[in-house]
Design a binder for this molecule. Structure first.
Ligand SMILES: [Zn+2]
Length: 180
């Protein structure tokens, strides 16, 4: 979808795999996913604080895996499978590790990896696996994605593993992100 405005600005939306595009007058959309997403802080905002993150953590089932915690049920709107891989790689955490298996230091590392990884992606114009309005790839070079997974791990040189898990591929280095 491409909307162009009289001031030469534009808004574009593309859908891959599945999705929907809707336009509503303000406050007329009562879709529960939309309302939930609007009510929660953006991960890069100050409201997404360590305290808020700890609340999310405490109110999620301890047997949930890290992928389920971060990227399902609109717990953190906007944080999906695509950005999840590098967040967990930078935190040295395996996507299938359960919340209850994390130490306090690992929880802190995870929080800061969410902030830092998403900030880098935003500042560099998105991931290089995605395209902008002009068909140009984003400037953020993904560490783990379908573009990189057949290359060696940039830290240890080991093999990157790709598996399907909870609706989508996960990528990880079993040496740098050992399962807990
Ligand atoms: Zn590695």
């Amino acid at each position: 979808m491409l909307l162009t405005f009289t001031d030469d600005s534009a808004f574009t939306v593309t859908v891959q795999m599945y999705g929907g595009i809707w336009a509503y007058p303000e406050r007329a959309n009562h879709n529960p996913y939309y309302i939930e997403a609007k009510s929660k802080p953006h991960p890069l905002s100050d409201d997404f604080s360590m305290k808020y993150f700890q609340t999310l953590y405490r109110t999620t089932k301890p047997t949930s895996s890290l992928k389920a915690f971060l990227a399902t049920e609109q717990r953190i709107p906007g944080l999906g499978n695509g950005v999840l891989q590098d967040i967990l790689f930078q935190a040295h955490l395996h996507p299938k590790t359960k919340l209850q298996g994390l130490t306090e230091i690992q929880r802190n590392n995870l929080y800061w990896s969410i902030k830092n990884t998403l900030l880098q992606m935003a500042q560099q114009g998105g991931r290089n696996t995605e395209k902008d309005l002009f068909g140009a790839n984003g400037g953020y070079h993904t560490i783990l994605s379908n573009k990189t997974w057949q290359k060696p791990c940039p830290v240890c040189g080991g093999e990157i593993i790709r598996q399907t898990y909870l609706g989508g591929n996960i990528y990880f280095c079993p040496h740098c992100q050992p399962p807990a």
